[in-house]
Design a protein around this ligand. Structure first.
Ligand SMILES: [Zn+2]
Length: 239
């Protein structure tokens, strides 16, 4: 009984401290109420943007997200947008792209398709984001336990899904020499295909868009890939 009472007292103290901390954090840190300006966007290098995404993900993992006044940001962004990056992500509901990088309104463009592969529409969106709108980074963001990757591995067939999965098939075929269970029941194989799919998407972006390839060669943008692990919240950037 005494032990239970002790636990209650301990949890009570921890809860109280958490509340005090939250109150202090709220009162000491002003909420972000403005969005990135054109001048700020222009001053950023592709490497700096890459670094900002990494440190943002560290804040997401540690639960120290930036406090934002979304209503004020919406009003501030109404005059124009100057995002620092475009992310090509899967549609998975467990991958909230802005959140995993601790970013808000006006910070990034996000293109989404199940299996985060590029196509003519997303390539056009990337060219718009970088060449026209000044973004400095293209990030292909895959994730662990991806349903689209698993379906491609298992050669699922249904309606338009069949044609969509053709885009992920090259990643599965690239691993045909994998020694082991080549089904979606094998997490290691699913991980390897997801990673290969990201790398192939990055290569295809360079191959199919002379504009983006040229901007990368001239150092105006960087094209990078990363894999999000929803168990830890960590975004692992591929080298
Ligand atoms: Zn997915």
């Amino acid at each position: 009984m005494q032990r239970i009472l002790g636990s209650v007292r301990f949890l009570g103290l921890v809860g109280l401290l958490a509340m005090v901390n939250a109150t202090l954090a709220n009162s000491e840190e002003p909420q972000v109420s403005r969005v990135l300006t054109q001048h700020e966007q222009e001053a950023l290098t592709p490497e700096e943007v890459s670094q900002l995404l990494r440190t943002g993900n560290q804040r997401f993992m540690s639960g120290t997200l930036t406090s934002r006044d979304h209503s004020a940001q919406v009003r501030d962004a109404a005059g124009g947008q100057f995002p620092k990056a475009i992310v090509l992500s899967c549609v998975d509901s467990r991958v909230p792209v802005e959140d995993v990088f601790d970013l808000g309104i006006g910070d990034i463009f996000v293109a989404r398709v199940a299996g985060n592969f590029e196509n003519v529409d997303s390539l056009g969106s990337m060219e718009f984001a970088t060449k026209i709108s000044g973004a400095k980074l293209i990030l292909v963001l895959g994730h662990e336990d991806c349903g689209a990757v698993k379906a491609a591995i298992d050669r699922a067939q249904l309606g338009n899904i069949t044609a969509m999965l053709e885009n992920i098939k090259p990643a599965v075929e690239a691993l045909s020499s994998y020694k082991g269970d080549q089904t979606s029941a094998n997490p290691e194989f699913v991980h390897l295909v997801a990673e290969k799919n990201i790398r192939l998407s990055m290569n295809d972006i360079r191959k199919r868009s002379p504009i983006l390839k040229g901007m990368e060669t001239q150092g105006q943008i960087k094209i990078v890939g990363a894999l999000y692990d929803m168990k830890t919240g960590r975004v692992e950037f591929l080298e």
